[in-house]
Design a protein around this ligand. Structure first.
Ligand code: OSB
Ligand code: MG
Length: 368
């Protein structure tokens, strides 16, 4: 390992269509990348934080601060991803900032070692089943049309974003239109409270694969109670921020499925630990997404190729998000996306895309 400098890059790209969830609407993706520069290679990490602290308490501007003031100063010329994670342990929370620095270090180190991230993590598949996350639409007709288009493209499962008053009817309509064979799940992004348990129980009629994060992230007791009341499997997203919270949620039966997002749990190393725990217990997991560009998507594909990822994830093709991705585009073939298998994350930002971005900071790394 030969880390010489760390750069922060920022940019923005438009989404092909606005993405509405229970916490807000995004029409473009503001981007932050960390580039770890070595002697003969460099590695890239994408920060998954959004502009506003609505999905979780983290947000992009704060990540810039945390990375610059607290994380980069922990690095020296020999820092590996595991060293970094150990040194960063005293810094509480800030999972997305840590994950982004870790990802850049991993990409750099693995390129130096001529090893792919997929191989390093223990991938057993060369392609990954692809699902699509469908935002809340203006009306049911639009929803039917959008879902129909994704199914026609070959997506293997559909996830509908729901919120109070836009839930039961919406699921009923999609089931009626596309039949019982469609693999269908819903994501509430914490929009309900435990007092909605009987309302949510109506979803049991529609044979959903799961309901993702129905209640606020810190309401573990609520998720335990809800899991007892409804038959639809409860899957946690926002609530799972580490191996420990994953183990706690499973032990207490707050959920029976976990959505693993490396950014949300502080990195790929922690994500792999959560996978390993779930795999050993036979708990199904799937890889979530945060509207990443190709840099983050490439690394997520490597993770999603591990054997415990038995459910299709939210890793869709580049064209589902952007007209032009910042890397070579990931394409959907037969409902699957290929896992990069060259070196590191296997892709890098295209020069013509980087030209539109700004390098906002360069930190020289001193050996110590
Ligand atoms: O809750 O899974 C979520 C996007 C941004 C923030 C949170 C979520 C999502 C998605 C989209 O559902 C997943 C994707 O396709 O990247
Ligand atoms: Mg979610």
């Amino acid at each position: 390992m030969s880390l010489r400098s760390v750069e922060l890059w920022r940019g923005e790209i438009d989404l092909v269509a606005p993405f509405r969830t229970s916490f807000g609407t995004e029409s473009s993706r503001e981007l932050l990348y960390v580039r770890a520069v070595g002697d003969s290679h460099s590695g890239w990490g994408e920060c998954v934080a959004m502009v506003e602290p609505n999905y979780s308490s983290e947000y992009l501007e704060n990540c810039v601060q945390v990375i610059s003031r607290f994380l980069v100063p922990l690095l020296n010329g020999d820092s590996s991803a595991d060293d970094f994670i150990l040194r960063a342990a005293p810094i509480r929370g800030n999972y997305m900032s840590k994950a982004c620095v870790e990802a850049a270090l991993l990409d750099l180190t693995l390129r130096e070692q001529n090893l792919s991230l997929a191989k390093f993590l223990g991938a057993t598949r060369s392609r990954v089943a692809s699902g699509v996350s469908v935002g809340i639409q203006n009306n049911l007709d639009d929803l039917v049309q959008v879902v129909g288009e994704y199914i026609a493209l070959g997506y293997l499962r559909v996830k509908l974003k729901i919120e109070p008053d836009l839930d039961i009817e919406l699921v009923r309509t999609i089931r009626k239109e596309f039949g019982d064979d469609l693999i269908l799940q819903v994501d509430a992004n914490a929009a309900y409270t435990i007092s909605d348990a009987n309302h949510l129980k109506q979803l049991d009629a529609f044979k959903l694969l799961l309901i993702e994060q129905p209640l606020p992230e810190d309401d573990l007791a609520g998720h335990i109670e809800l899991s007892r009341i409804i038959n639809t499997p409860v899957c946690l997203d926002e609530s799972v921020t580490s191996l420990d919270t994953a183990r706690g949620a499973l032990d207490l039966k707050a959920c029976s499925v976990i959505n693993i997002k490396p950014g949300r749990v502080g990195g790929y190393l922690e994500a792999k630990k959560i996978h390993d725990l779930c795999f050993s217990r036979g708990v199904p997991v799937w890889c979530g997404g945060m509207l990443e560009t190709g840099v983050g998507r490439a690394a997520n594909l490597a993770l999603a190729a591990l054997p415990g990822f038995t459910l299709p994830g939210d890793i869709s093709a580049s064209s589902r998000y952007f007209t032009k991705d910042i890397t070579k585009p990931f394409i959907l073939e037969d409902g699957h996306i290929s896992v990069p298998n060259t070196v590191g994350i296997g892709v890098e930002p295209l020069p013509e895309m980087l030209e539109k971005f700004r390098r906002v900071a360069v930190f020289k790394i001193v050996n110590s």
